[in-house]
Design a protein around this ligand. Structure first.
Ligand SMILES: *Cc1c(COP(=O)(O)O)cnc(C)c1O
Length: 395
């Protein structure tokens, strides 16, 4: 169906941060399939793990024990500080699991109609509950009636969450992206995350963090909440977890980890041997190849290069990000840059119409990062040199 206005190019193979199209043209991939290809393309350990696992066993069922799933759950618990994992196949399913978990948790406390605090500009997926939690009218338009039970507040503003706490006694949880991805690479302050932790503790709420896009090493630590030194009650993962093999995970700790019982939630494919083997290989490669340190260092090169070349220029609102999650916000819509970059052999994305978004694979090296800059910076400069569209700047 016509769900995407697709760019007319198809890739046939890839190697590390490079992909080739049908005509043999080579592109530098600074998007990683929207934060999915953690290890880039054609990573030998990953392809070997997938080949070996698929020759042994691809799928059984969650009716049985699954050794690869148990190993992955142990590994995720060890790196995240969480106690339990529910496996699914995507980010929206991970968020659905969290929403269901929060409601069950609320009913367990005797709250009749449990509510969840969610943020402006949030993105949690496109199923009915997750698009209702999403803070973007474009995602919701036409799908009314929305799922009720969400209390929306401004992002990165602890005072409005405190107000929600005093106004609405039915709230049982907060759902937040530590760095909003689709919403325009909006980085929350670490103090905000600590304040949210404190507020959730004092109110008996669950702190649920959606790290589907920002998590898994992209910012230099496994998870962004670890930069803030806090421990959430629920953590949601997907995108980069298995480097492109579909998988999602809802991690929980303490009381939250004991909410689901046999029969309350499930998934046919979730946590199957193939996806779990790919995730185990991804996590092992991140550790063995020092990819978190690399993400931090290369992200620093990109951010510094973009700031030096673009920050403060007329037409540039802000250059921001953390690690390999970078946004350049312009004063007006810049979707045309995606095609111009493609023409020049670079894969990027624009989100929220005005934010150039970079989400490179964690294996990008410094010379490749400099190539990203050498292609992107002149493109942005000439884009900005065009007459501004007839609309109020900084609307
Ligand atoms: C992409 C994304 C989702 C949805 O993931 P899907 O796999 O597309 O369902 C949810 N939350 C965040 C933060 C995301 O970036």
């Amino acid at each position: 169906m016509n769900t995407y206005s697709r760019i007319p190019v198809a890739f046939t193979r890839g190697e590390r941060v490079w992909v080739w199209d049908e005509s043999g043209k080579k592109y530098l991939d600074a998007l990683a399939g929207i934060a999915v290809n953690t290890l880039g393309h054609g990573h030998a350990k990953l392809t070997r793990a997938i080949a070996e696992q698929s020759s042994r066993l691809i799928h059984t069922s969650n009716l049985y024990r699954i050794a690869e799933q148990e190993r992955l759950a142990d590994k995720l618990a060890a790196i995240s500080g969480m106690d339990g994992v529910f496996f699914c196949n995507s980010g929206c399913e991970a968020n659905e699991a969290a929403i269901k978990l929060a409601r069950l948790y609320g009913h367990g406390k005797g709250v009749e109609s449990p509510g969840i605090v969610v943020m402006d500009k949030a993105f949690h997926g496109r199923t009915l509950a997750t698009l209702s939690a999403t803070g973007n009218r474009k995602v919701q338009q036409g799908f009314e009636p929305l799922v009720p039970g969400f209390v929306r507040v401004p992002f990165n503003d602890i005072e409005s969450v405190r107000q929600a706490a005093s106004h609405d006694k039915s709230v049982v949880a907060v759902l937040v992206e530590p760095i909003q991805g689709e919403g325009g690479i909006n980085v929350s302050s670490m103090q905000y995350l600590r304040d949210l932790r404190g507020l959730c503790d004092s109110q008996g709420w669950l702190l649920m963090v959606d790290e589907v896009q920002c998590g898994l090493g992209r910012t230099g630590k496994w998870f962004v909440y670890q930069h803030a030194g806090i421990q959430p009650d629920v953590v949601l993962l997907a995108k980069g977890l298995a480097s492109g093999v579909p998988i999602g995970a809802c991690l929980a700790r303490g009381a939250a980890a004991a909410v689901f019982k046999p029969g309350t939630h499930g998934s046919t494919f979730g946590g199957n041997p193939l996806a779990c083997a790919a995730a185990l290989a991804t996590l092992a490669a991140i550790e063995e190849e020092g990819l978190m340190k690399n993400a931090e260092r290369i992200g620093g090169v990109l951010l510094a290069g973009l700031r030096e070349a673009l920050a403060g220029r007329p037409g540039v609102t802000e250059v921001r990000g953390h690690g390999l999650m970078i946004g350049v916000e312009l004063d007006w819509p810049c979707g045309d840059l995606v095609g111009q970059a493609l023409e020049a052999g670079l894969l990027i994305n624009v989100t929220m119409e005005k934010v150039i978004r970079l989400l490179p694979p964690l294996v990008m090296n410094e010379s490749e990062a400099r190539q990203v800059l050498s292609i992107l910076v002149p493109l942005v400069r000439s884009f900005l040199a065009q007459p501004a569209p007839a609309m109020p700047a900084r609307a």
